[in-house]
Design a protein around this ligand. Structure first.
Ligand code: ADP
Ligand code: ZN
Length: 741
């Protein structure tokens, strides 16, 4: 017996940033490995944890015993264990919380509940009678079991057989040991989407720019060492083709590749594109059933899958021999996880690749300023694609000053005259248009014309959005809903007005102003049924629908050659946010949405409606000038000490009792200052968060800035004790936050 293995360190998924020692009882010795999940007593509960190490002795006096081992073959290898350890340090969460993010729930539960293993004959059916007569005298029960299995080959579990025969399951297992039967796992039933037959498509002959880019990617891959390439390519410049051809090389070398895309881009169209080139593509997305997830995970782990295509958590795919990680649309903020552990998929990808000597390919038409600056300082290699495929021109972007429109039309205008005219012309030519507005619902405010009262959510204190088709006012923050009253609840005047426009109102106006348009609306209100997304896009592709109106759901990925007009109803929705990334978001949004126009042979036009036509982010986006935008924006960031010139953590404190929340926020701030590591203007706040309340809970926040991440961690560590949630006040720490709300 290995004495050195008497105590294990267990990481438990609770917000306490330490590991716990447990003793290994005699019966479990030799059955636990680093990476195994174990069941342990914790205060008065039983919890699951992860064995992360062994110690010869524990420094604690009272060490409790491990209760059981959940998987004897560890689910996590050393690489993922180290990665999660890094996550817990960097993102200021516990190791157990990070580990929980790595294993899909389906896989975690699967090993416990899905023990559907079916008994199947290993000897030929013709030999069964002979074997039965041989063993009948010495082992009558085994003989009976064998007879039953022969009759019900491959359909019964050990326990059912044992019940039928009236023996213990060990009798069934002894037949397995003797090599007469085997247990096979029941195959998970796969999503029809995953099994779609796809026609194989051969690769494109790369154009000049693509060839140069590919050459660099291949050279770096051949080095078999860590590196990051930032592929900055305008929309429709053929970035995906580069990923596909780079992956082909990786697969040919016997390695695996992970491709990470934003949730919104993981469409059947995208899956088909990869399946058309490669045989064994595993897909990981959040809408898959547990059985599907489990099966995909198994295929990755066994090395059967060559490529993993997925969203955020696919960065933890248990590949055996990782060669390349592609992060498409690397600037997308949905790559940031918004619950603990609050990791950024792109950054985890870079760290993981670093540990595995793999290459990272970050692709974007509008790189995040963090990545762009890393390319400027030489940390990443920059590769550019400046032209669209087949030299198709980038669309002409026309900015309309809506202030002038309200004046000229003598009312608040949702549509400029230019947009209406272009829309009519596009339809007349038999072409299609995409209209974008990042607000759903009908009216963004319901107010009283007489006293000015605004209908607000009682729990959150924000204006409720009116949804006309369902005649209901909804709080888009907490989901609360109510039927709007006929008269003002305050002054009883029966004259309520519905101002501000969401997609629903735009759709209604469109029906009146451009009756020849056949409009389909895509937002979370209309896309409620499974399959409705695909169905709507099919109708658009076929031409039955000629105007697609939607929220960010349609901002990216869509590639329809007949779309020649894109209209942005309001470019200002993101500009007003109280966030240092507001300009960057607006620039990205305009670029992405414009990218939907003119992808076919006919050139495209874009109309951007705004109240701030002179803002540099709008001007630069209209000229497709990313470099200029980045220069100006980086100067602002440098002057104010925001990322990428610093590291930032956001601390949010929330709770029902406002005074307690404020008190806690102040305590944390005092402690952070006490660290002595905070220079001037490096602690912003505490202050009320822009979203002041959610579900009656008051929210306060503060922002900590530090020149580098090590200092940031040291500052945070100093206030670790204060940042624990207690007494109904909850604290969250968000390192590298993407949202300031
Ligand atoms: P991006 O990812 O940069 O937006 P895509 O990779 O989607 O661009 O390419 C845009 C379109 O051009 C796609 O329909 C793609 O199949 C096609 N394409 C890509 N590379 C080539 C090429 N070398 N020759 C012809 N067509 C290409
Ligand atoms: Zn609410």
């Amino acid at each position: 017996m290995d004495d050195a293995k008497e105590f294990v360190q267990v990481a438990i998924p609770i917000p306490l940033r330490k590991t716990f020692d447990y003793a290994v009882p005699e019966v479990l010795r030799g059955r636990i490995e680093v990476g195994s999940r174990v069941r342990v007593p914790f205060s008065r509960r039983e919890v699951e944890g992860y064995c992360v190490g062994f110690v010869p002795e524990s420094e604690y006096d009272k060490v409790r015993d491990i209760l059981d081992v959940i998987d004897e073959v560890p689910m996590l290898d050393a690489e993922l264990l180290e990665l999660t350890k890094w996550m817990s340090d960097y993102y200021f969460c516990s190791w157990g919380e990070a580990l929980d993010a790595v294993l899909p729930t389906a896989v975690r539960e699967g090993t416990q509940t899905r023990k559907v293993r079916l008994a199947k004959l290993k000897i030929p059916l013709d030999d069964v009678d002979k074997v039965i007569s041989e063993i009948e005298a010495k082992a009558p029960k085994q003989a009976k079991v064998l007879a039953i299995i022969a009759e019900n080959d491959g359909t019964m579990t050990a326990s059912r057989i044992a019940k039928a025969v009236g023996c213990t399951p060990s009798v069934v297992r002894s037949l397995e040991k003797a090599g007469r039967i085997v247990f096979l796992e029941e195959k998970a039933i796969l999503d029809p989407l995953l099994d779609l037959p796809v026609d194989k498509v051969s690769r494109f002959e790369p154009n000049d720019e693509q060839a140069v880019a590919l050459k660099r990617v291949r050279e770096r891959l051949a080095e078999n060492t860590f590196g990051v390439i930032l592929l900055h390519g305008v929309t429709s410049s053929g970035k995906t083709e580069i990923y596909l051809q780079a992956i082909a090389g990786v697969v040919a070398a016997g390695k695996q590749a992970i491709v990470l895309v934003p949730e919104i881009s993981l469409t059947p169209q995208t899956i088909r594109r990869f399946r058309a080139r490669f045989d064994r593509v595993a897909v990981m997305h959040s809408r898959m059933s547990k059985g599907e997830t489990h099966e995909q995970w198994r295929q990755i782990r066994s090395g059967e899958a060559q490529i993993v295509l997925g969203v955020r958590s696919a960065v933890f795919a248990p590949t055996k021999n990782l060669g390349l990680i592609v992060v498409d649309e690397e600037h997308e903020n949905t790559f940031k996880q918004d619950v603990t552990p609050r990791y950024h998929t792109r950054d985890v990808a870079v760290v993981r690749a670093h540990r595995s000597d793999a290459l990272v390919l970050l692709g974007s038409a509008t790189p995040s300023l963090e990545s762009y600056r890393n390319a400027m300082t030489g940390k990443y290699e920059l590769v550019r694609l400046t032209k669209r495929i087949e030299d198709r021109p980038l669309p002409v972007v026309h900015v309309v000053d809506m202030r002038g429109e309200h004046h000229a039309q003598k009312r608040f205008a949702h549509f400029s005259r230019d947009l209406l005219e272009e829309l009519r012309r596009t339809i007349a030519r038999g072409e299609q248009a995409i209209l974008f507005l990042n607000r759903r619902g009908f009216a963004t405010t319901v107010s009283c014309r007489k006293c000015g009262l605004v209908l607000e959510c009682v729990r959150c204190g924000i204006a409720m959005t009116y949804h006309k088709s369902r005649h209901v006012a909804v709080c888009h923050q907490c989901g609360a809903r109510l039927t709007p009253p006929d008269a003002c609840p305050d002054c009883q005047t029966p004259d309520l007005r519905f101002t501000g426009a969401g997609t629903e109102k735009i759709e209604e106006y469109l029906g009146k102003l451009v009756p020849e348009a056949n409009v389909a609306r895509m937002d979370t209100d209309t896309m409620t049924k499974r399959g409705s997304y695909r169905e709507t896009l099919d109708r658009f592709r076929s031409g039955e629908v000629n105007v697609l109106l939607g929220t960010q759901m349609i901002a990216k990925g869509l590639d329809y050659p007949n779309v020649t007009l894109v209209g942005i109803i309001s470019a200002d929705t993101a500009l007003h946010l109280q966030d240092f990334r507001a300009s960057e978001r607006t620039f990205q949004l305009i670029s992405q949405v414009s990218g939907r126009a003119g992808r076919g042979v006919r050139p495209g036009a874009v109309i951007v409606q705004t109240h701030k036509p002179g803002h540099y982010c709008i001007e630069c986006a209209a000229r497709h000038d990313y470099e200029k935008f980045a220069d100006v924006e980086l100067e602002h960031r440098r002057a104010l000490g925001y990322p990428p010139f610093s590291r930032v953590a956001r601390i949010v404190v929330r709770g029902l009792q406002r005074n307690k929340v404020i008190q806690k926020a102040n305590q944390i701030a005092a402690k952070l200052r006490e660290s002595g590591l905070l220079g001037q203007r490096q602690l912003l706040g505490p202050a009320q968060a822009p979203i002041e309340r959610v579900k009656e809970r008051a929210r306060w926040h503060m922002l900590v800035k530090a020149p580098e991440s090590r200092t940031l961690r040291a500052i945070l560590s100093h206030a670790e004790e204060e940042m624990k949630s207690s007494g109904g006040v909850y604290v969250t720490v968000d390192v590298d936050p993407m949202s300031m709300l």
